[in-house]
Design a protein around this ligand. Structure first.
Ligand code: ADP
Ligand code: MG
Ligand code: MG
Length: 204
């Protein structure tokens, strides 16, 4: 893989399109097991991300990631702003100064992002949070030297769907205990859109 600045901008544009198109769906998922603002949070955040990226000039992927992080942290409240913000900040630090990144570098960046998410939110895989999508995605990148984007998309999709049967141990959904079972985790859906968008942009 070769993720350039141009591809990164296209990636964020694509994520934003998916989030705007599914804003009501994300909100309905969060109404079932949270406070019903996930669609609103993500929609506002990525709208601002695209605005920021399109009004700036970037030499490096790390600078793009940094602005994504700063925008999400400053414009999105709730758990998802700091969590996605931390993820992109760690990715930015991981690929610091690079004009484009290969799979090995991207894999390390995802790994660093996950460690940041865990540090911040103290969740483990299986707790019915967005980590349940990020962890399987990390493994796909680690286990396949030349990533198959269709596999990556399927992995993220299956992982997102699998959150439905889990019991929430972190985030607002954890207050519902057994009643959280039977509903997909909203942050896992937006994480799926993130990786699905990357797969789409990288195969174009
Ligand atoms: P809030 O719950 O503050 O209203 P959002 O609704 O925007 O924030 O985001 C909720 C999502 O954030 C959840 O669906 C879950 O995927 C993710 N999340 C919540 N808490 C954690 C945590 N401690 N670690 C990782 N992800 C979390
Ligand atoms: Mg919420
Ligand atoms: Mg909230």
């Amino acid at each position: 893989m070769n993720l350039t600045v141009d591809k990164t901008l296209k990636w964020m544009t694509r994520v934003n399109e998916k989030i705007q198109a599914n804003k009501a769906y994300l909100t309905s998922l969060d109404q079932a097991i949270g406070d019903g603002d996930h669609g609103i949070n993500m929609s506002r955040g990525f709208q601002e991300v695209v605005k920021k990226l399109s009004s700036s000039h970037y030499e490096t992927v790390s600078d793009c990631f940094k602005d994504v992080a700063m925008t999400l942290m400053s414009k999105v409240g709730g758990a998802s702003g700091p969590i996605f913000g931390t993820a992109f900040l760690k990715m930015s630090m991981s690929v610091k100064g690079k004009e484009s990144i290969n799979q090995e570098e991207f894999t390390r960046a995802i790994d660093d992002a996950i460690n940041g998410i865990i540090q911040r939110g103290k969740a483990n895989e299986g707790d019915k949070t967005l980590l349940d999508v990020w962890m399987p995605i990390l493994r796909v990148f680690q286990e396949n030297d030349d990533i198959n984007w269709n596999d990556a998309d399927n992995t993220a999709k299956n992982a997102m769907e699998a959150t439905k049967e889990r019991l929430a141990k972190k985030g607002r959904a954890a207050y519902l205990k057994e009643r959280s079972i039977g509903h997909i985790d909203p942050g896992s859906v937006s994480s799926y859109y993130l990786f699905q968008s990357l797969a789409e942009v990288m195969t174009k």
